[in-house]
Design a protein around this ligand. Structure first.
Ligand SMILES: Cc1cn([C@H]2C[C@H](O)[C@@H](COP(=O)(O)OP(=O)(O)O[C@H]3O[C@H](C)C(=O)[C@H](O)[C@H]3O)O2)c(=O)[nH]c1=O
Length: 373
């Protein structure tokens, strides 16, 4: 079924009326209905009206078209429901559109889920990435001029830091969870396609993101949701693990810069220089929520419950983001206090979204909508 107007094949036959400018570039964003992906799609669709943004997403529990409600009617946005593990389906999408660039974010991303179900992570993150690389290679042939295959990855590939030091672009990979091992593998495969086939690739490795539209299994939205509902706040171990938090909108800005101006074959680390011990962050969230909800100070902290630690829990992540700052001029646009306050407000104002993602209502609704496509 035709989604919303597209260029049917590489001879560029126009078959519906929406995209009548054949000079427009088709850019593929995978995982665009997810948390980081939806922020990137929003930015690209609004900032680059001369690009057709094709969002390819499987719509798992964490991918939700509702995240893009505000831009889904734009003429330069198209949605394709595809599982990247399905090589044939991926090839068909590459045949249907003549992509100039690929920004690949589709991934299983939750570390705890990778511990209980590693296979899904290997399939989506490793095999899925391979399928995209193969489809791009077949589609582009040996003509790589003006093409980019950009893999969006994580700082977890570098392993776990002690109390000191940072991850640099040349830090040796040392992944320790099935999730980070799958992302490390896909980074290596992407690099292999650069060295072996000359494919113009770029990779970025980013620290923990926070912001609107994040599935409430991740630390920040989970805590916000539980505080709101007066439910226990599960802190793993003693809460001493450290994460470097970055506002998701700033991550999307960084991806835009790297996609357009980053050097081919290079890696860029992205981070906020914003390290927090989990327990300190949970305290901050508790106090912020008490204030915003007009509750007695100290109310939310009483909900904190120390629970069994995550297996193989990485102690500390911290990114050195000097390269992206020096080469591309990117720095975070907000302080953590600003970003967190905006984030808490968004979850409080979007109760329905939170309820629907938690109950699976959106998922059921959209799976019905797209089941015959
Ligand atoms: C869900 C949860 C987490 N935690 C701890 C575990 C971590 O030390 C920290 C953050 O956990 P979260 O699962 O939100 O994120 P990470 O495991 O650091 O990984 C995240 O950031 C990287 C960069 C990615 O690449 C991952 O895709 C992304 O999921 O809070 C708790 O103490 N309690 C909880 O209920």
């Amino acid at each position: 079924m035709i989604s919303k107007g597209f260029i049917e094949d590489k001879s560029k036959t126009l078959i519906t009326g929406v995209y009548n400018d054949l000079t427009m570039k088709n850019i593929l964003i995978t995982g665009g209905s997810g948390f980081i992906g939806s922020h990137l799609v929003r930015l690209m669709v609004t900032k680059y009206p001369d690009y057709n943004i094709v969002n390819l997403d499987k719509l798992t529990y964490a991918g939700n078209p509702e995240n893009l409600k505000d831009i889904e009617d734009k003429g330069n946005y198209v949605f394709e429901r595809v599982d990247i593990v399905d090589a044939d389906a991926v090839f068909k999408v590459f045949e249907k559109y003549d992509f100039s660039g690929v920004i690949h974010l589709a991934a299983e991303s939750h570390v705890d889920r990778s511990i209980s179900n590693p296979n899904e992570f290997i399939m989506t993150n490793v095999v899925g990435t391979l399928n995209l690389l193969n489809a791009a290679r077949t589609s582009w042939g040996s003509n790589f001029s003006d093409k980019v295959f950009y893999h969006v990855s994580t700082d977890e590939v570098y392993g776990s830091l002690g109390d000191e030091g940072f991850f640099y672009e040349d830090t040796a990979y040392d992944p320790r969870s099935p999730y980070s091992a799958s992302k490390a593998s896909s980074d290596h495969i992407v690099r292999a396609y650069y060295h072996t086939f000359g494919m113009p690739v770029k990779i970025s490795n980013c620290s923990n993101n926070y912001g609107s539209h994040q599935f409430p299994e991740k630390l920040i939205p989970l805590m916000i949701n539980n505080i709101k509902k007066n439910k226990p706040l599960p802190v793993y171990g003693e809460g001493l693990n450290v994460r470097d938090w970055l506002w998701v909108v700033d991550h999307a800005r960084a991806i835009d810069e790297i996609f357009h101006r980053g050097k081919v074959g290079e890696t860029y680390n992205i981070g906020g220089h914003n390290e927090w011990k989990n327990i300190d962050l949970v305290h901050l969230l508790c106090d912020t929520m008490d204030e915003k909800l007009g509750r007695e100070p100290g109310t939310a902290r009483k909900l904190i419950t120390f629970v069994k630690d995550r297996a193989g829990h990485d102690l500390r992540y911290a990114i050195d983001a000097t390269k992206i700052k020096n080469e591309l001029g990117w720095v975070p646009s907000v302080t953590f206090e600003e970003g967190l306050s905006k984030t808490v407000d968004w979850y409080l104002e979007n109760e329905e979204w939170l309820e629907n993602v938690t109950s699976g209502s959106y998922r059921n609704y959209y799976q019905d909508q797209y089941q015959n496509r």
